[in-house]
Design a protein. Structure first.
Length: 324
């Protein structure tokens, strides 16, 4: 999901033009079966949300078909503003607030409300570093670690092999805004005296580093975020003082689509999940099924307690009947 952290200036300019109405917001022919186009961004949780919503629309309500447009965050947002895309199920627009506010102020998009309450981001350590893990035979190595101000005395737990005498904090891959924020935290709290700010080459490398240390029962300090499968699988604790401002993770519709598709808008206005819900189905996607469509089916089969709150009873019955 982290491509949202990279917003080129030329893309911002295009989006502001789109928000002002420079791009025509054309709508597809919806006289018969109505096509609803979803922004299919590159991170797993939005792929699953899109397919949950699509299954409910196609099988629960009927008369709809879904299409998914793949792409990166900024081009997809531009498509939403221009009317080429109807729905963004997971907009992390606090990472590009100026562009979002310009589109909203221009009346090009409608915010349908929160999908998940926030996306936690910050520096984490395995819980066993602070509390130990008797079942794994791991003793607490930093029992007094609570906040970022405690980190100087624990640099020896995560030695940097390339810089003897210093610890290593994995601050995030190059180019992410999260990495820049982490580096600012390092500077603000004088941590460069004790640690190096290590930049793994990718999000996958960052996750692999955390899992490798966890599997060996070793200390690890670094940036991560939720919802993700790995944060469901590992027991990690955020260090106080390192949490980034909570991200807004909302459902957006193109403004004309909102007017033309009131039934869709009402359904998506009721669509609500939590970080824990997302971590759960992301773990299913990671360990039990092959793709986002199968994860969506799993969610609909196993989380009736949640999704049935979003739709009328008749729609829920139709969805149940259509499930494999």
């Amino acid at each position: 999901m982290r491509d949202i952290f990279r917003v080129p200036a030329f893309a911002l300019a295009l989006l502001v033009l789109a928000a002002a109405g420079v791009f025509a917001a054309g709508q597809p022919d919806r006289e018969e079966v109505v096509e609803v186009v979803f922004a299919d961004a590159s991170w797993d949780s939005i792929l699953v949300h899109n397919r949950i919503a699509a299954f409910i629309l196609e099988n629960g309500y009927g008369g709809y078909s879904a299409d998914f447009v793949p792409g990166d965050t900024i081009p997809l947002f531009s498509g939403l503003v221009a009317g080429q895309i109807d729905v963004n199920m997971e907009s992390w627009h606090s990472n590009y607030p100026e562009v979002y506010e310009a589109a909203k102020d221009a009346g090009s998009i409608v915010n349908l409300g929160v999908n998940l309450p926030d996306g936690p981001q910050g520096w984490y350590v395995p819980r066993y570093v602070i509390e130990g893990d008797p079942e794994r035979g791991i003793e607490a190595t930093a029992p007094d670690l609570r906040s970022i101000e405690d980190l100087p005395k624990y640099a020896h737990l995560v030695p940097d092999p390339e810089n003897p005498g210093k610890g290593r904090i994995l601050v995030g891959p190059p180019g992410w805004i999260a990495t820049e924020i982490s580096e600012e935290l390092m500077e603000e709290y004088g941590l460069y005296e004790y640690y190096t700010a290590f930049l793994p080459g990718s999000g996958a490398a960052l996750a692999a580093s955390m899992r490798s240390a966890y599997d060996r029962g070793e200390p690890w300090i670094g940036y991560y975020w939720e919802p993700t499968a790995i944060m469901y699988q590992l027991d990690m604790v955020m260090i106080e003082g390192t949490g980034f401002p909570p991200a807004d993770v909302d459902i957006l519709m193109n403004a004309e689509s909102y007017e033309n598709l009131p039934e869709v808008a009402e359904f998506l206005s009721n669509y609500r999940t939590s970080v824990e819900d997302n971590n759960e189905f992301l773990n299913v996607l990671d360990t039990m099924v092959d793709d986002a469509q199968e994860a969506a089916i799993w969610f609909l089969q196993n989380r009736e307690d949640l999704w049935t709150q979003w739709v009328p009873g008749e729609v829920a019955e139709n969805v149940r009947a259509a499930l494999p």
